[in-house]
Design a binder for this molecule. Structure first.
Ligand code: PMP
Length: 285
């Protein structure tokens, strides 16, 4: 059975969904995207994802075509039509179709709205049992990484490097400090037992999973520090993990070929992964 997509007000077979070549998303990567997880057929922590979508659109001056309630209804309908029990919903909004010109089009150009779903096994991902391996790469991105832009070339190249190295994720490094994963937020646990992640700024995407994980750590009395992580701290860390809507909490057991701790997923990462599952199952949408 063909997958169903949503494009500009219409549900249609994914392989029939077409966007004109003059779409500014295609020509300029002039658009925003968002990804939320689906567990047991329900959206996980979706209010946070929709708030970030709204903020990203506002930051680049694209009118949000839907209220949060409308988005959620459309996403839920799409998840239902595709029968997704576990996986992802992808949303993309671009500035729309117009004659090619760098500055924004004049007049009322309708944003292009696309959504599709992907089935993915998140909870029973075998990699979470063994732990993921990562490499460090230079962060080649622009200076507003807090905006979830569809301009992802630096992340594509980072992930390709990871893939060629046979590992799951690339941790991006700038001026000697870790910014984030190519599609995730980086955490470490120091040998002293401190849980550390980088503070929010224009340099990183405000991860929705990051926020939930920090709240869960707080609730369970696990203290954390928001500070910069020097790349030199990585091989010395007792544990590392990364978070994202598509991986939840993923323990990391090796960075740049060097095992962390005993080379197995650490207790803090495992505990937070469990807590996040329970949190995701409580998600209402
Ligand atoms: N940083 C980057 C660069 C990402 O692409 C992602 C994945 N969207 C994240 C962090 C994690 O964000 P979230 O937890 O909201 O998926």
């Amino acid at each position: 059975m063909s997958r169903t997509a949503y494009l500009n007000g219409e549900f249609l077979p994914l392989d029939e969904a077409r966007v004109p070549v003059m779409d500014r998303g295609f020509l300029f990567a002039d658009g925003i995207y968002e990804v939320a997880a689906v567990l047991h057929g329900r959206l996980v922590d979706n209010a946070g994802h929709l708030a970030r979508l709204d903020r990203s659109l506002a930051e680049i001056g694209i009118r949000n075509p839907h209220t949060a309630e409308e988005w959620e209804r459309l996403e839920t309908d799409l998840v239902g039509k595709n029968g997704v029990r576990e996986g992802l919903v992808y949303i993309q909004v671009t500035r729309g179709v117009a004659e090619r010109d760098f500055s924004f089009p004049k007049g009322d150009v309708a944003p292009t709205v696309l959504m599709f779903t992907q089935e993915k096994s998140i909870v029973n991902n075998p990699m979470a049992e063994t732990g993921a391996r990562a490499i460090t790469v230079p962060d080649l991105r622009w200076k507003r990484r807090d905006i979830k832009s569809v301009a992802l070339l630096a992340q594509v190249l980072a992930k390709q490097q990871a893939s060629e190295a046979g590992v799951a994720e690339a941790f991006m490094v700038e001026d000697g400090v870790v910014t984030e994963g190519s599609s995730s937020t980086v955490f470490i646990v120091t040998k002293g037992g401190a849980l550390v992640t980088r503070p929010l700024s224009h340099a990183v995407l405000p991860g929705i999973t990051r926020k939930a994980v920090l709240a869960l750590a707080d609730e369970t009395g696990l203290s954390f520090e928001e500070r910069l992580i020097n790349a030199r701290e990585l091989p010395e860390a007792a544990e590392a993990f990364y978070t994202s809507a598509s991986a939840f909490v993923m323990p990391v057991v090796e960075i740049d070929g060097k095992p962390l701790g005993d080379g197995r997923p650490g207790p803090v990462a495992r505990r937070l992964r469990e807590l996040y599952f329970a949190f995701a199952e409580r998600s209402e949408a």
